[in-house]
Write a protein that binds this ligand. Structure first.
Ligand SMILES: [Zn+2]
Length: 166
């Protein structure tokens, strides 16, 4: 069963943002790993075919590729429960490793910004509740200059490579 890794300093609980979320159960220092996404590597066509079964449990890892569960049964141990926030406290190192952007207190919800990993034509309303909430999220938000500055070094590697071509 392709599970994701969740740090023992985290726990899943009901979230004020959306459904269930991932929370710090103990204090976490800046730069610590809180989760690593596991799963099957899926191309876009496969994702479209199975998307309804696996809901929002996958992670984009390149322009045409995703990682995650392929069956509803796998979702439970594969989903990381890290909700989106427009003022996140977690970023991405590489493509699948989630690290804290700052020190986190016990009880805080862990969140990242979809702009860090998504390159797609989608548009979604956001009700994350953050003071700086963008209200509308698009799969092209990684292009927004202030986000590029704010999340520098914390975008998924394939997005960071578009921003800083080698
Ligand atoms: Zn928001």
């Amino acid at each position: 069963m392709p599970a994701s890794y969740l740090s023992p300093k985290t726990r899943i609980a009901r979230s004020p943002i959306h459904g269930r979320g991932l929370f710090a159960s103990k204090a976490v220092r800046k730069g610590e790993i809180v989760a690593i996404k596991g799963g099957h590597v899926l191309d876009r066509r496969t994702l479209q075919r199975i998307r309804r079964r696996i809901a929002e449990s996958y992670l984009q890892i390149d322009d045409e590729f995703y990682i995650g569960a392929v069956t509803g049964r796998e979702v439970r141990r594969n989903k990381m429960f890290i909700n989106h926030s427009c003022e996140p406290n977690v970023g991405i190192r590489g493509q699948i490793t989630f690290v804290t952007l700052r020190g986190i207190k016990a009880g805080e919800e862990l969140t990242y910004d979809w702009a860090m990993e998504e390159n797609s034509p989608t548009v979604t309303a956001c009700r994350c509740g953050a003071r700086r909430c963008r209200k509308t999220l698009t799969g092209q938000d990684w292009r927004i200059p202030r986000l590029r500055r704010r999340y520098r070094g914390y975008f998924s590697a394939y997005i960071q490579a578009k921003i800083d071509p080698r």
